[in-house]
Write a protein that binds this ligand. Structure first.
Ligand SMILES: [Ca+2]
Ligand SMILES: [Ca+2]
Ligand SMILES: [Ca+2]
Length: 228
């Protein structure tokens, strides 16, 4: 029976491994960001995922490949801070002088503003120089980078131009690219319901504002064309 005991212990140890792995360290990062090619500026909100023993201050270096940093706003909690921007690189040094942060999760550090160089994925490197808790000990923080993507406006099959928002309300009605809102635009949405550019175009074609591109969007678009 000794082998059974050993096997049981081994299985218990194996079962515990995922639990141990689930305890992720504090991470500095941001969620995925997706904008269209007409975005003049992209805002990247940096935060620390968790700080069980508080946060007294930090120094981090940033580098964007090919895009320019146009501004950095350090969170107001960090009363004393210094920012150094050199084109695509920057350094942020900040201290929570008034002890307002405390222990918590999702602690905002700074918002980085970048001017994208064009469509595609923008690579960002974050280097943590130092980050200390409320007792002055180093926080063993890692980095969790989301994807920052600048997406082009799609040109649908058979259209003469990219889709356009003719009246600036955020809904893209000129799908055939002829410069006006017409019935063929409604047909274009209907005919391209399975097109990946349309399915991924919630930011363009979600006429009924339910968070997805669906057939009711075709009806809502038609209602708008009729003037309802
Ligand atoms: Ca519109
Ligand atoms: Ca049109
Ligand atoms: Ca919809």
């Amino acid at each position: 029976m000794k082998w059974l005991f050993v096997l049981t212990i081994a299985l218990m140890a194996w079962a515990w491994v995922p639990v141990l792995e689930a305890q992720t360290p504090p991470l500095i990062g941001y969620d995925d960001i997706s904008v269209r090619e007409d975005a003049a500026v992209i805002q990247v909100p940096l935060e620390l995922s968790t700080a069980p023993t508080g946060l007294s201050g930090f120094i981090i270096d940033l580098a964007f490949a090919g895009s320019t940093i146009s501004g950095i706003t350090v969170d107001s909690a960090f009363t004393l801070h210094a920012v150094d921007i050199q084109s695509s690189n920057a350094s942020i040094q900040a201290v929570d002088l008034m002890r307002v942060v405390g222990a918590g999760v999702g602690i905002p550090l700074a918002v980085i503003e970048i001017v994208p160089a064009g469509v595609g994925v923008i690579d960002l490197t974050i280097n943590i120089i130092s980050i200390d808790d409320d007792d002055g000990f180093e926080i063993p923080a890692g980095v969790a980078l989301g994807t920052i993507e600048v997406r082009p406006f799609p040109t649908l099959p058979g259209a003469s131009n990219k889709v356009r928002d003719l009246d600036g309300d955020g809904l893209y009605e000129d799908l055939n690219g002829n410069g006006r809102f017409d019935f063929d635009d409604v047909v274009k949405l209907f005919a391209n319901m399975d097109n990946p550019d349309v399915l991924d175009g919630v930011d363009l074609f979600d006429w009924n504002a339910n968070g997805r591109v669906d057939f009711d969007d075709v009806r809502a678009m038609f209602d708008r064309l009729k003037g309802n």
